[in-house]
Design a protein around this ligand. Structure first.
Ligand code: ADP
Length: 250
């Protein structure tokens, strides 16, 4: 589904991504791991149109999507989750979901959400959709809470929920488990698996928690120093000498 060919992203003389080539198969939950500074987030940002590459190409279903802006990728069903921005904290969880389609499509957010002319039926449909998403994620009880007041793990679920407000095909998740307790991490993992199996989502997940990666991801791609070091099942990469060396440090 996604093919990245010899991608480079340099910052001055520093090669954050230094010739990475990866493939993400349709229907997979692909893990992306590697020590801090390996270039994982930078690679995500280039694929998702947040950063232009220095060189290299990105293809989606055979189409060259290199350098397309996020809202165009969004229309193709490629989404990258992002943290709930500070200014949306005062909106409720449901409202955060309801504004996704308009916000992501490039419409001015405030116009989109507060446009008095927006017809009631459209708003009702968005509300129903948001409630359906909250139900799927088992967080219906949070619908009317302010987004700023929910826990870190619940925010991660909300981020995942935002991808469900539109027809995502592939979702890039950055550090789903960071600072999330074990119970919620399992809930997030279950939601990812269900989205994958029941709705056909393809995922690419950056995560440090190896139990989580092991439970969810096949294959796992290991990056170090801007390059792909190894790829395989979790057990294969865990036992790969080069991977062990990269983690244990030079
Ligand atoms: P990872 O996600 O694997 O931890 P990153 O992609 O975040 O790695 O970072 C890779 C390297 O690129 C790091 O050393 C980081 O400091 C550097 N880097 C990332 N973004 C920038 C930037 N905007 N300017 C300069 N250096 C950057």
């Amino acid at each position: 589904m996604i093919k990245v060919e010899d991608l480079h992203r340099h910052f001055g003389a520093f090669r954050a991504v230094d010739g990475a080539s990866i493939e993400i198969a349709k229907g997979s939950i692909t893990g992306l791991i590697g020590p801090n500074g390996a270039g994982k987030t930078t690679l995500f940002n280039v694929i998702a149109g947040r950063l232009p590459p220095t060189s290299g190409r990105v293809f989606m279903d055979g189409e060259d999507i290199t350098g397309l802006p996020p809202h165009e990728l969004f229309h193709k069903g490629l989404l990258r989750t992002f943290q709930i921005a500070h200014e949306f904290g005062s909106m409720t969880v449901r409202e955060n979901l309801m504004m996704v389609p308009a916000a992501q499509s490039g419409e001015t957010l405030w116009n989109a959400f507060f446009n008095r002319g927006r017809i009631a039926s459209e708003e009702r449909a968005l509300r129903d959709k948001a409630d359906e998403v909250l139900d799927f994620l088992t967080i219906s009880h949070l619908a009317d809470q302010k987004a700023a007041n929910i826990s870190g793990g619940q925010k991660k679920l909300l981020e995942l929920g935002r991808t469900m407000m539109v027809d995502a095909k592939i979702v890039f998740l950055d550090e789903v488990g960071a600072g999330v307790n074990r119970t919620l991490l399992n809930t997030i993992g279950d939601a990812i698996v269900r989205l994958n199996k029941e709705r056909g989502y393809t995922f690419c997940v950056i995560e440090h928690d190896m139990d989580f990666i092991g439970r969810l991801c096949d294959p796992v791609i290991v990056m170090a120093e801007g390059r792909v070091l190894a790829q395989g099942t979790v057990d294969q990469v865990k036992n790969d000498e080069r991977v062990i060396e990269a983690y244990l440090g030079r």
